[in-house]
Design a protein. Structure first.
Length: 149
C-alpha cells in the first residue's frame, strides 16, 4: 500500500504436465504442488485443482491483508478465518467462468479491541486485497466479528 505507483512485483509459477489431467506446480524455492482438473472434469480426487487454488488465493489474501491491517492499527486479534466459495457458470459464448465469489470472515478479537477499528480493517481489506481487486466477477463479503474476553 505504498504511494509509488511505478513500483511493481512479479510472481512466477511453472506448471508441468505429468500426464492425463495432472501436473505439478513449481515455484522457485518452494515445494512443488500436484495439480489436477476438478473431479467434474475427470480430475483425481484428493488433489488440488486450479479452481481450488483460485478460491484459496482469495481467502488467503483476505487472511493476510486483514492481519497486516490489524497489526498496523495496533489492534489485537485472537483468531481469524476466511471461508471462500466460488460459483462457476457456463459462459454464453462457451466454456465456463466465475460469476460470484463469497467470502465470510470470522474474526475474534479480545474485549480491549476497538470495534470501529476492526470494522475499518475489514473495509480496508476489501479495498486492498490484491487478489480480489483483480477479479472481473462479483465479490460478496460477510464479516462476522466476535469480541470476547
Amino acid at each position: 500500500m505504498g504511494n509509488d505507483i511505478s513500483e511493481t512485483h512479479e510472481f512466477n509459477a511453472k506448471v508441468i504436465w505429468t500426464g492425463g489431467h495432472e501436473g505439478d506446480i513449481s515455484i522457485d524455492g518452494k515445494p512443488s504442488l500436484p495439480l489436477t482438473s476438478p473431479t467434474q472434469w475427470e480430475g483425481k480426487p484428493g488433489i488440488y485443482s486450479p479452481q481450488d487454488l483460485f478460491i484459496s488465493a482469495i481467502a488467503g489474501c483476505y487472511i493476510t491483508t486483514f492481519a497486516t491491517l490489524m497489526k498496523r492499527m495496533q489492534q489485537p486479534l485472537k483468531a481469524h478465518q476466511a471461508t471462500g466459495r466460488a460459483v462457476l457458470h457456463k459462459h454464453p459464448e462457451g466454456g465456463w467462468h466465475f460469476t460470484d465469489i463469497y467470502v465470510t470472515m470470522n474474526i475474534t478479537v479480545p474485549k480491549e479491541a476497538n470495534l470501529s477499528q476492526v470494522e475499518r480493517a475489514v473495509s480496508l481489506t476489501e479495498k486492498y486485497c490484491q487478489v480480489s481487486r483483480s477479479l472481473a466477477c462479483k465479490l460478496h463479503v460477510k464479516p462476522n466479528i466476535l469480541q470476547e474476553d
